[in-house]
Design a protein around this ligand. Structure first.
Ligand code: KIV
Ligand code: ZN
Length: 517
């Protein structure tokens, strides 16, 4: 019997810390539902003490998820742990994850604490977390650069205090696979009560080694891996869930463990995360990139046709790449629509909400004969955006262009109850003219640092999904918009980014105030 490898997904917490990847409460709930379908074991839903918005999002995920354990992050501070305990109160199964830094660098310069104080705080935090749940995880932050003797001391103490998962983070992505694997083996060997806890790892990808380090740890006895969809996360990201899971599954001859992940949900989940966060997946990304199973060279194509395994170690279907499956069309009724949405994990709060999204679906189906799951997800993205508190709304957009003509755009927007209109003519094209017309009305003075268009499905009638990244005063946001017309999609994306910029004014970064003890 092989051991179970616990998959702890932190897309909604560490993933959200990627600059520009912040998600609304409803977006988090949709991703959490997708993670539940994927059958991850634990969803780290956020950092409840970071802001009221984070608290509400963790609470909403805790209420929405029925099978998976929901976790909240907390610094080793009473107030953080109490907020996490409160946010998770309604979860059917909850975990509190508390952390404090243990590397000499962090203790001296960031925490300004002695090692004794760090041990004392760690133990106090774990004991407090145990008042809310038996399921407590402890992380010695920056373990990858901490002294082994000190790690042994802290970890032994927190196990005695009641921690049952010990997560070893390579916070800055500094470790090398062999060394990191050895560290896990030595901690398990040296800590006298180590058999009372599960060892976990949380690796960052600064040197592109997050997955390799995680797998080296698994070989050395780690039985939980913390990872994110598409490898999203702080700076260069975390270990990619899809890579860890498929490595363990494809090389079961090598790894003495298995996961419970439903691999067919990997690609749909990856697409959902990408469309909600506006972080496109690079085409050559393992498992979930558009080219991951595409064979260009004639020799490879010939080989795969004769026998798939000549050049493929996994099948595209196994990880959820299906040829775009038509799910609904213009003649589909409300019941079929509601049923497919339910299969995607979406329950409408009221008939009114269903009607709003259904009427959008009908409008889209008039323009596009076949509607795929990806189209339905984009309708939901749009409905979520509209339901959230919006500072500015797009009311109308007209544009004209032609060979030898100067592109023109006329845009109408609404802020509060007031409508504003502007005309703009720009040499760059109709997208350029439309975005400049909007900017001439809003004067955000934000810098546009990314503009990208992806087709959601295939065919010339596919919806284009546009991502716009804006930067202002150190804040970065990604806005998305989808439409069969990419000029309209671009205007929606720009306005979505402006609204997020406005909302981000009210939110602080989850790991600020680290030393505010
Ligand atoms: O990278 C890190 O150290 C973290 C901890 C909070 C586990 O994200
Ligand atoms: Zn991290």
């Amino acid at each position: 019997m092989s051991d179970k490898l616990i998959i702890f997904d932190t897309t909604l917490r560490d993933g959200e810390q990627s600059p520009g990847a912040s998600m609304t409460r409803d977006e988090k709930v949709r991703i959490a539902k997708a993670l539940e379908r994927l059958k991850v074991d634990i969803i780290e839903a956020g950092f409840p003490a970071a802001s009221p918005g984070d608290f509400e999002a963790v609470q909403a995920v805790a209420r929405a998820v029925k099978e998976t354990t929901v976790c909240g992050l907390a610094r080793a501070l009473d107030k953080d742990i109490d907020r996490a305990g409160e946010a998770l109160k309604d979860a059917h199964s909850s975990r509190i994850h508390t952390f404090i830094a243990t590397s000499p660098l962090h203790m001296e310069h960031k925490l300004k604490m002695t090692p004794d104080q760090v041990v004392e705080n760690a133990v106090r935090a774990v004991k407090r977390a145990r008042q809310y749940t038996d399921n407590v995880e402890f992380s010695p932050e920056d373990a990858g650069r901490s002294e082994e003797d000190f790690l042994c001391r802290v970890l032994e103490a927190v196990i005695n205090a009641g921690a049952r998962t010990l997560n070893i983070p390579d916070t800055v992505g500094y470790a090398m696979p062999e060394q990191f694997g050895r560290l896990i083996a030595r901690l398990r060997e040296r800590i006298p009560n180590s058999d009372l806890a599960i060892f976990s790892v949380h690796c960052h990808n600064d040197l592109g080694l997050a997955v390799a380090n995680s797998l080296a740890a698994v070989v050395n006895g780690a039985r939980q891996v913390e990872c994110t969809i598409n490898g999203l996360g702080e700076r260069a990201g975390n270990a990619a869930l899809e890579e860890v899971v498929m490595a363990v599954r494809t090389r079961k001859d090598f790894f003495p463990c298995h996961t419970d992940i439903d691999a067919r949900e990997i690609v749909p989940c990856s697409k959902l995360v990408s469309s909600i966060t506006g972080f496109p997946v690079q085409p050559n990304k393992s498992i979930v990139g558009a080219n991951a199973f595409a064979h260009e060279s004639g020799i490879h194509q010939d080989g795969v046709i004769k026998h798939r395994e000549t050049y493929e170690i996994m099948s595209a279907e196994e990880v959820g790449w299906t040829a775009n499956r038509m799910v609904l069309g213009k003649h589909s009724g409300r019941n079929a629509f509601r049923a497919r949405m339910a299969e995607l994990g979406v329950e409408f709060a009221s008939e009114e909400e269903l009607n709003t999204v259904f009427s959008r679906f009908k409008q889209l189906a008039d323009r596009k004969h076949e509607i795929f799951d990806e189209d339905l997800q984009s309708l939901l993205n749009e409905a979520d955006t509209e339901a959230s508190e919006e500072y500015v709304k797009l009311v109308a957009l007209d544009f004209s262009s032609g060979m030898g003509e100067r592109p023109q755009a006329r845009v109408t927007i609404k802020t509060g109850h007031q409508e504003h209109q502007a005309d703009f003519s720009a040499s760059g094209g109709v997208v350029d003219a439309s975005l400049k017309a909007i900017e001439s009305l809003l004067n955000t003075e934000a810098k546009l640092t990314l503009y990208s268009v992806n087709n959601i499905t295939s065919g010339t009638d596919a919806q284009g999904e546009v991502t716009v990244r804006l930067e202002k005063g150190g804040r970065i946001v990604n806005g998305q918009g989808a439409d069969t017309d990419i000029v309209i999609a671009s205007a929606k994306a720009y306005i979505n980014a402006v609204n997020k910029l406005q909302a981000s004014n009210k939110r602080k970064h989850p790991q600020v105030d680290e030393v505010d003890v």
